[in-house]
Design a protein around this ligand. Structure first.
Ligand code: NAP
Length: 259
């Protein structure tokens, strides 16, 4: 299917690896030119070169911390006007409710709520002026089914979800859509880190921790960044213009609910 994205310009944050990378690749495969971001320059430059070679699109890498104000300013300046924004950043660490102090919440809110909001505030006006735009926020399945050890993530993502619910309806009249993609467990470094924590806590191997988690998913496996990216590219497509303010779960059936 032609997604109508040839020549569109997309900013994909936190995209040298994992789910952000999956989104960047799927958008590039659909013909979009990219600005991609991550903190580590080496992996980012390698990702940019790989995507350029494979898809023949323009890829501008910007090494910066998207969560810091300076980093965001650098990325936004390099990006200029964009048609598509995919927000993403690393997720907060796991823990217990009694571990977390105010500073931990502020850090989580900064990364997973206030950063995407700041990026939208900066880029929505241009999309509105041009009469077309797409925003996809990478959030988490924890929005629909909170994960107890990820209380910092549960809190920050819930805040972003509330913001998007209102804002998506305010910008929809101008041809701009905002939606959230909610990953369940996907095979990335983040999943490895979480599984390593379980392996250490339970005294089992990493493979065993993975196998146990996969067994709880109806699809009996982890999702892939490519599958995740394909869903993102569709949400960014011209065909998806009537999908507004939705929270779409990609979890292999792990969340047992009807809506
Ligand atoms: P990942 O494999 O750890 O990849 C993270 C990517 O983001 C890397 O390219 C990393 O590069 C970049 N990054 C991290 N922090 C950044 C920052 N402050 N500024 C710029 N770039 C940054 O993570 P992932 O699994 O793709 O997860 C992406 C998001 O989805 C996270 O918020 C995660 O919590 C959420 N999520 C993931 C899963 C899952 O199963 N994978 C499930 C639910 C939710 P640098 O380190 O070089 O910056």
């Amino acid at each position: 299917m032609d997604l109508g994205l040839k020549g569109k310009r997309a900013l994909v944050c936190a995209a040298s690896k994992g789910l952000g990378r999956g989104c960047a690749e799927a958008l590039a495969a659909a013909g979009a030119d990219l600005v991609i971001n991550a903190r580590g320059a080496e992996a980012l430059l390698a990702a940019a070169e790989d995507i350029r070679q494979r898809y023949g699109v323009t890829v501008t890498p910007v090494a910066a911390d998207i969560v810091s104000e300076d980093g965001r300013a650098t990325v936004l300046e390099a990006a200029g006007p964009v048609d598509i924004l995919v927000t993403n950043a690393g997720g907060p660490p796991p823990g217990l409710w009694s571990d977390w102090e105010r500073a931990d919440f502020i850090a989580a809110l900064d990364a997973n709520m206030l950063t995407p909001i700041a990026l939208m505030k900066a880029l929505l006006p241009g999309m509105i002026d041009r009469g077309w735009g797409r925003v996809v926020n990478i959030t988490s399945q924890s929005v629909k089914a909170p994960i107890p050890v990820l209380g910092l993530s549960n809190s920050a993502r819930a805040g972003l979800t509330g913001y998007v619910a209102g804002t998506a309806r305010q910008v929809a009249p101008f041809g701009v859509t905002i939606n959230n993609l909610l990953p369940g467990i996907h095979a990335t470094d983040r999943a490895d880190a979480l599984d390593r924590g379980v392996a250490e806590a339970d005294g089992i191997s990493l493979e065993e921790a993975r196998a146990r988690r996969a067994a709880t998913i109806p699809a009996r496996r982890y999702g892939t960044p490519a599958e995740f990216g394909a869903a993102c590219a569709f949400l960014c497509s011209t065909q998806a213009g009537f999908i507004v303010g939705q929270n779409i779960l990609l979890d292999g059936g792990a969340t047992n609910s009807v809506l």
